[in-house]
Ligand binder design. Structure first.
Ligand SMILES: O=C(O)c1ccccc1N[C@@H]1O[C@H](COP(=O)(O)O)[C@@H](O)[C@H]1O
Length: 212
């Protein structure tokens, strides 16, 4: 089975349809006003209406006010939440929705390591490991040392940070993660996805499938 794929930072119905048809497993919608990929609730509702069935819709939040998250959830049919900031376990669980917690790998070893961090979120569905430092925003397009990705953690790990069509196969072979997440690496401009780059990314992912 191939590694699962999420394409994050969809900002238009056109891109949602194109990415949704490319064979990805999940799309990400960013609700973070400082991001170039930030969406309004109305835009997100329109994008969700254009989604084919069986493609998971992820809502990305970064240290958002809880009332704002609730307002989004009341209007937008999100399947799972991605908390990309310094949210606490109590904060993440208050919405009673499936969620994954993003964790910046830079400086994490000094802060006690991945397992110590992840064990604090027993109800998370999985953990997204990105290249940012703890407290930084993420989504920077930078890679990190994939040999640092935790192995044998009992929950799914999603690899993010600077992935492209050129490096995704090596990233998967090195890290052996459950899923990869890409945003800037499949764009022609911030927030605009590029069909050729998305297809090339999927080809890179599929090249890692070993037939037996
Ligand atoms: O996409 C954003 O604008 C964003 C903003 C703030 C935090 C995270 C963000 N995106 C997530 O960042 C990672 C890596 O993205 P990239 O491929 O390196 O551009 C990914 O998980 C996105 O979901």
């Amino acid at each position: 089975m191939r590694c699962r794929v999420k394409v994050c930072g969809i900002t238009s119905v056109t891109d949602a349809a194109m990415v949704g048809a490319s064979g990805v497993d999940a799309l990400g919608l960013v609700f973070y006003p400082k991001s170039k990929r930030n969406l309004s609730i109305a835009q997100a509702v329109e994008i969700c209406r254009a989604m084919p069935p069986f493609v998971t819709v992820v809502g990305l939040f970064l240290d958002a006010d809880a009332d704002f998250v609730r307002a989004v959830l009341a209007a937008v049919p999100l399947d799972i939440l991605q908390f990309h900031g310094s949210e606490t376990p109590e904060y993440c669980r208050q919405f009673s929705r499936p969620y994954m917690k993003a964790v910046g790998m830079k400086g994490l070893a000094e802060a006690g390591g991945f397992a110590a961090y992840a064990d604090c979120f027993p109800d998370a569905q999985g953990f997204l490991v990105d290249s940012h430092a703890p407290g930084a925003a993420g989504g920077t397009g930078e890679t990190f040392d994939w040999t640092q990705v935790p192995q044998d953690y009992p929950k799914p790990i999603i690899l993010a940070g600077g992935l492209t069509a050129e490096n995704v196969a090596e990233a998967i072979r090195t890290s052996r993660v459950y899923a990869v997440d890409v945003s800037s690496g499949v764009e022609s401009a911030p927030g605009v996805k590029d069909a050729a780059k998305v297809q090339a990314f999927m080809t890179g992912v599929e090249s890692t499938v070993v037939c037996s």
